[in-house]
Ligand binder design. Structure first.
Ligand code: COD
Ligand code: ATP
Length: 199
């Protein structure tokens, strides 16, 4: 039997940091952000749909998607984010399901699904357990501003495009506090995996 562990949290709370730890332990990770890039790669049907909806100004000269420009639009215009989600979420869900089926056929014991929008896009029924990586709102804002070179106002808009951390924590099987060192975070993950006989 395959256990699917959903890994989520808020933007910049540390999902990629925790998923890197799983990968270092040879536990396979399906990364919804990576899938989201695959479904809009150059010449894909997904990219054609986006350009039809948003216009050719969102293409780079090499005909790839200009992610920075599209991000700036959708995270400051909620109606545009809804439109983007309507195009992208079915494409992402399809590919995620395909990858999960493959791992199940191969009887891989533990697979992680790293999905920032796990709750918002209703992946609860796709996973067996949910791990929420969290931190304080102040640390989240600070890490996001630094990583993406965003003003406080734009970082706050990106945070508010997702459910609040409190709502996500309430629905978790385990909450990992990523407010201190990465080692302290990894230690919490290992302890929980061991207690639950997942490694
Ligand atoms: C708007 C886009 C082009 C901006 O690209 P960019 O390279 O700047 O950001 P990236 O994809 O690395 O996402 C960074 C983080 O933003 C947050 N985020 C991304 N998409 C969304 C969304 N639709 N709603 C809320 N938050 C989102 C997530 O926390 C994600 O980890 C891109 O985020 C996108 O295509 N989003 C729609 C697809 C999606 O929903 N992806 C999330 C996987 S479920
Ligand atoms: N414990 C930590 N201490 C200091 N910095 C950290 C810690 N954990 C993560 N960071 C940094 O915070 C930023 C956000 O972390 P990360 O990219 O893992 O978040 P994420 O949840 O995957 O983000 P996104 O939702 O955008 O994909 C990164 O720049 C990362 O290097």
């Amino acid at each position: 039997m395959t256990t699917i562990l959903g890994l989520t949290g808020g933007i910049a709370t540390g999902k990629s940091t925790v998923s890197a730890f799983f990968k270092s332990k040879d536990i396979p990770v399906i990364d919804a952000d990576v899938v989201a890039r695959q479904v809009v790669k150059i010449d894909s049907a997904g990219l054609r749909q986006i350009i039809a909806a948003f216009g050719p100004r969102f293409l780079n000269v090499d005909h790839s998607l200009n992610r920075k420009q599209l991000g700036e639009l959708v995270f400051t215009h909620p109606d545009k984010l809804t439109e983007l989600n309507e195009i992208m979420q079915p494409l992402i869900a399809n590919e995620v399901q395909r990858q999960i089926s493959t791992f199940k056929q191969l009887k891989v014991p533990l697979v992680v699904l790293d999905a920032p929008l796990l709750f918002e896009q209703h992946y609860e029924n796709v996973v067996d357990l949910i791990m929420v990586v969290t931190t304080t709102p102040a640390i989240q804002l600070d890490r996001l501003m630094k990583r993406n070179q965003l003003s406080q106002k734009n970082a706050e808009k990106r945070i508010s495009a997702q459910w609040s951390l409190i709502e996500k924590e309430k629905r978790a099987d385990v909450v990992i506090d990523n407010s201190r060192s990465i080692e302290a975070t990894n230690q919490q993950v290992v302890e929980w995996l061991e207690i639950n006989h997942l490694v």
